[in-house]
Design a protein around this ligand. Structure first.
Ligand code: NAP
Ligand code: MN
Length: 265
């Protein structure tokens, strides 16, 4: 098995990465940073996002395993003190590969069209004030948005920024996109839906910039600032991300442990 390790860069994560390499070598696993088949992320969910974007061009060929060195992670489900057990099962067991949907956007600017893929979400924010954008669903006018911004999340990203905005938590087996508002302006003159919306795989939405404005576009943790965005087309991506599961840890257990706690009566 070809593997690589990405760590958060803090002392604990770095020492765990070194320990992983040591244990893996003893078990005949081959380190290959250029074309790994398994990518181990050591840190937090943010570290897994970085690992995902580092190897996004190989998304169809790789699977991810997350080890968390902070609190419980959504993408990182192995604990720091379980490293030996992880290396052992990785060298002995075939994992179950679990695939999660991704989101894709096509951004049209004065320079042309660029495509991006996100594991958690795309975030749009007005930089100098209110973001003003027309939102179309399946090429039909839906609403004129005025407010701080819009978050378009994947099912596995629904527990991140989307949750802070009151969006629903969506099981990753539901191939969908969620559109959530950030502080929309609603009064007798301006109106948006207010609730977050879930789009199925075969639908798309367009966000059309309605004025000359600087827009901050975040693709997971990566931010881009532009003043020439004309439109953004959002859809469920054709590609998926794969996680190698060596033991069960269901999505709803992760949700409960992260947000409710361990001692539910
Ligand atoms: P960060 O500021 O460390 O992330 C904020 C928090 O979101 C961290 O606790 C992070 O976990 C957690 N997180 C990331 N992905 C998650 C997921 N799928 N489900 C549940 N929690 C998740 O920045 P970052 O680590 O680079 O992560 C970028 C993400 O931060 C963005 O994709 C966005 O979802 C989120 N964010 C949230 C808000 C908000 O809630 N108001 C605002 C901006 C960005 P770790 O500590 O394990 O990394
Ligand atoms: Mn983080």
């Amino acid at each position: 098995m070809n593997y690589t390790v990405l760590d958060r860069g803090d002392e604990l994560s770095r020492s765990l990465a070194a320990k992983f390499h040591e244990l893996a070598a003893k078990r005949g696993m081959v380190r290959n940073d250029d074309s790994p088949s398994v990518i181990i992320s050591i840190g937090g969910d943010g570290t897994l996002l970085q690992a995902f974007h580092t190897y996004a061009h190989r998304a169809d060929l790789v699977s991810f395993v997350g080890v968390h060195t902070g609190h419980l992670g959504f993408y990182a489900d192995w604990k720091a003190d379980e490293l030996e057990e992880l290396v052992q099962v990785m060298s002995e067991k075939e994992p179950r590969i679990v695939s999660y949907p991704l989101a894709q956007i096509e951004v049209e600017t004065s320079e042309g069209t660029s495509s991006y893929i996100a594991l958690n979400e795309f975030t749009l924010k007005g930089v100098d004030g209110t973001l003003v954008a027309q939102i179309n669903i399946n090429d039909e006018s839906f609403e004129m948005f005025r407010g701080d911004g819009i978050v378009i999340s994947t099912p596995s990203g629904s527990t991140a920024y989307n949750k802070s905005l009151g969006g629903a938590i969506v099981h990753p087996s539901i191939e969908s996109l969620q559109i959530a508002e950030i502080a929309s302006i609603n009064n007798r003159v301006y109106r948006t839906l207010g609730s977050s919306v879930l789009l199925p795989k075969h639908h798309h939405c367009d966000i059309l910039s309605s004025k000359k404005q600087r827009i901050m576009l975040a693709i997971d943790h990566i931010t881009i600032l532009r003043d020439d965005i004309r439109s953004i087309r959002c859809a469920v991506a054709n590609r998926k991300v794969s996680f190698a599961r060596y033991r069960p840890f269901t999505f709803w257990n992760r949700v409960r442990e992260a947000f409710i706690g361990y001692d539910v009566q």
